[in-house]
Design a protein around this ligand. Sequence first.
Ligand code: MG
Length: 366
Amino acid sequence: MKIISVEWGRVSIPLRTPFKTALRTVASVEDIIVKLTADTGDVGFGEAPPTGVITGDTAEAICGAIEHHIAPAILNQEIDDFEGVTGKVQAALVHNTSAKAAVDMALWDLYGKKLNAPVFRLLGGGKTHIVTDITVSVNPPEVMARDAEIAIQRGFDCIKVKVGVNPALDVERLAAIRVAVPKETVLRIDANQAWTPKEAVRILNGMQEKGLDIELVEQPVKAHDLEGLKYVTERSFVPVLADESVFSPMDAMKILQMGAADLVNIKLMKCGGITNALKITTLAELYGAQCMIGCMLEGPVAVNAAAHLACAKGVITKFDLDGPMLCAANPVHGGSRFEGKDIFMSEEPGLGVTGVDGVVPLGQVK
Ligand code: MG
């Protein structure tokens, strides 16, 4: 099975409500869809969200990386040499992990189709269902409490709360949410780098002293500040999960060696796809740390790929794959079924996606 064409285009999916974090506000998912075609007629799909404020990858950068670097490297390559062809994606250029992730997942899709097995089973997984949390955007406390109530009504039992905009309000935000949701609801928080190390320790321990029962905190301090992250990890009662601090497997190794965080967040867009994510899961296994699988504001093609990885690796114990649940429509055919908090895997070969509606073509190399 040889790759004879690489195509890419843009899909736009409106969100149910605007997504607000300490870093940005957005109203729709605007993702790049990749389609690889093989000489057998089989197709593989991938997706990358341009998330300039986190990955540095804009839509134009993703398309340029595919057109001028990645597509020429994999065109006419054999899927049978899977290690070789996935290695060519990673070696095609530095950075631009989002473009690499989109093409890497499309290659896994084709590989699964070639071997007639779903990717999660190729990877040794037996799990066919996972449960995701849902994100509540950062807003005034009363708005967040109402949004949390809506999430509970939609059937979610784990809420990820975005904090860090005007940190003086953060304890109040969580207090308002805690009283608005059932007692057993799991609350995790994401500061998206907004706090200083000392501020983080004060806020987090303040939350726990108030009995707000926070499961974990994501990225309390600046991504580059590993010493600060370690400072928080050593002093906070709330377990610390590194997100923006961990892109590559090398980053994960450094954080785990330093003991700078308790957990690491794997996102395909940060590490360059399933191939590199597997290296992070191996490192976490070796260091005895658990992983979260997360996503950017991603549509169902990319989140489906993340779900395949999540179902294959027991070291991934936290699931933050709510991209499709935040969308007001689903233009994707096949793949996982996203039903409220539940994600059910497809047993179709590869990643199971058979088509994406409404893709505006942007380019092709063949
Ligand atoms: Mg995060």
